[in-house]
Design a binder for this molecule. Sequence first.
Ligand code: NI
Ligand code: MN
Length: 227
Amino acid sequence: MNRLIWYGHATLGLETGGHSLVIDPFFSGNPAASTTADAVNPDFILISHGHGDHVGDAIDIAKRTGAKVIANHEIVTWLDTQGVSNVHGQHLGGGYNHPFGYLKLTLALHGSMLPDGSYGGNPCGFLLTTLDGKKIYMAQDTGLFGDMKLIGEEGLDVVVIPIGDNYTMGPDDALRAVKMLQPKTVIPIHYNTFDLLNQDAATWSKRVGAEADTNVVVLQPGESFEF
Ligand code: NI
Ligand code: MN
């Protein structure tokens, strides 16, 4: 059994194979956050790109918990300069067998500058095969891209995608993404954090239900989905 928690914005928790992961841990300063950075105790932290709303509280949580941080090579190199040395660098297209499953970094169409202006490499999404064989794709911040079809060919149980528009896919392109990815379940994120990202997830859910063979799960911050 795997449990995915949406903490608000693009911040996720994943309990899988006896491990606890936090993805893009943005709690402090996140108006949608359902909890605080002090309340999470992951043993792994995943960072998709360098933007402040994704690096978030990663340094504080890593130092407090000793969690291993997984991100692209440029971000983990920068983290080492910030005093976080328990890291694992990967890069786009590369996978690795971690204790919680096989994690591959996927393409994402976005930026990645770090909060202090340092170069953050290329942004990524995460494709995880859990120890019990489930496949979850967390797209994190991205625009629509045609190679989502290739990711969909892996056979996806759960997909997490942004629908907020402006910085990422909006509802129209997110619907096109679902059609390419063809997951069993899709969960929308990166919306309703600020006014700029306001979207009607219920309406989007109805559109997906009418046009794709995918179950939509709309969570409120703090709620979770088991698979
Ligand atoms: Ni971003
Ligand atoms: Mn973002």
